[in-house]
Design a protein around this ligand. Sequence first.
Ligand code: HEC
Length: 176
Amino acid sequence: MKHTEIPHPPMMKPMLKKKLAAPALAFTVLAASMATSMLTWAQQAPKPEQLIKWRQSAYQVIGWNSGRIKASLDGSYNKEEVVKAANTIAALANSGLGSLFVPGTETGKGWRDTTVKPALFADGSKVREYAAAFSTEANELARLAAAGDAAAVRAQYGKLTRTCKACHDDYRVSGS
Ligand code: HEC
């Protein structure tokens, strides 16, 4: 069989020879290294705005899923829906939300102005107690949701929402 030279793919050769190739490459490398150093910086010290956005987002997702459970309890009970919602709340309750409340985020804007009360940052052990209760009740709700007994879920959902209210009463601006 006769050897034939494989030609360059049509686009490649002219592009490599273009005058612009070198500056374009330099720019790409510069942009990439800037992006990398920005990422490194972001990992070391997330901006207050980012931390507030994360916690507001987490609580919004918790609110969404709490509403799904309530809808099931108020209407016709949908076990699958309640399991998904309870597992999501438990995952967020266990995720270490406390790490999003660092000094420097007592005030400021995430998706909107934060509604945290500055007292949260001073009351370490009490806040941890509230957070632990939230986690315990959320895990128990997830366990009961999987078992599928609607009456037990209803009672446990009541316990869970009391942990929301306790924390909000003390650490979230009322009416927000
Ligand atoms: C340990 C304390 C704590 C617990 C427990 C807690 N929250 Fe909150 N929640 C907060 C704080 C603090 C904010 C204000 C966050 C901010 O604006 O920076 C908040 C904000 C919210 C918001 C508004 C988010 C936004 O867009 O600004 C919703 C909705 C919410 N929580 C729902 C719930 C529900 C539902 C539960 C229980 C299933 C719950 N939370 C449990 C402390 C708590």
